[in-house]
Design a protein. Structure first.
Length: 190
């Protein structure tokens, strides 16, 4: 009993309490957790003073929370899944697997314009690394990093988020899907 206690204490000292907790969580769940923080960071950090973002590939103007964090090189390519250049706010239409299919052509042009010629190509070659895996320690570290960044953004955007709280809709509208409703909102904004 005493031995176990001592061991625990030692581990905490070496790797930190957060890491010790995370060792019991399956890797895919940890990755999903990182994705939630990362996606929120990408969308919030791209927002202007009104909490609005422009879709990276069609310039549609939408509230950050209605945008999606879209990948240039698909998310299955782990080496660039959490690369900030590879993931940008997109509208649901551009990021849709059947409609816009990610608009990778437009994405590439924009990336080269923003970060210099050859950026898209560099991301593609990074993404083509076979068998790239994300390590547990790396994921846990990134979760901490993006969690902190998101909390900071949430604090600075608090007044905007409160103004964007869902509005009560007439009953007949409720029957329709929320996505369709948000489409209508976007057209109104445009
Ligand atoms: Zn778009």
């Amino acid at each position: 009993m005493i031995k176990r206690k001592r061991k625990k204490k030692k581990d905490r000292g070496n790797r930190g309490l957060a890491f010790e907790k995370e060792t019991r969580v399956p890797l895919n769940q940890l990755e999903a957790r990182l994705w939630r923080w990362f996606s929120e960071y990408v969308r919030r950090s791209g927002a202007n003073d009104f909490g609005m973002v422009y879709c990276y590939t069609c310039n549609r103007y939408l509230y950050w929370n209605e945008s999606q964090a879209g990948h240039f090189v698909p998310r299955g390519r782990k080496a660039v899944k959490f690369n900030e250049q590879n993931v940008k706010p997109q509208c649901p239409r551009c990021n849709h697997p059947l409609w816009g299919k990610g608009e990778s052509g437009k994405f590439a042009i924009r990336l080269d314009k923003d970060y210099g010629r050859g950026t898209a190509e560099r991301l593609q070659s990074l993404g083509s690394i076979r068998g790239a895996k994300l390590g547990r320690v790396w994921i846990v570290q990134k979760i901490g990093e993006y969690k902190e960044k998101v909390h900071e953004l949430r604090r600075s955007m608090k007044h905007i988020d409160e103004a964007h709280k869902p509005v009560r809709r007439p009953t007949r509208m409720k029957a329709q899907s929320s996505r369709f409703i948000s489409e209508i909102d976007q057209r109104d904004v445009l």
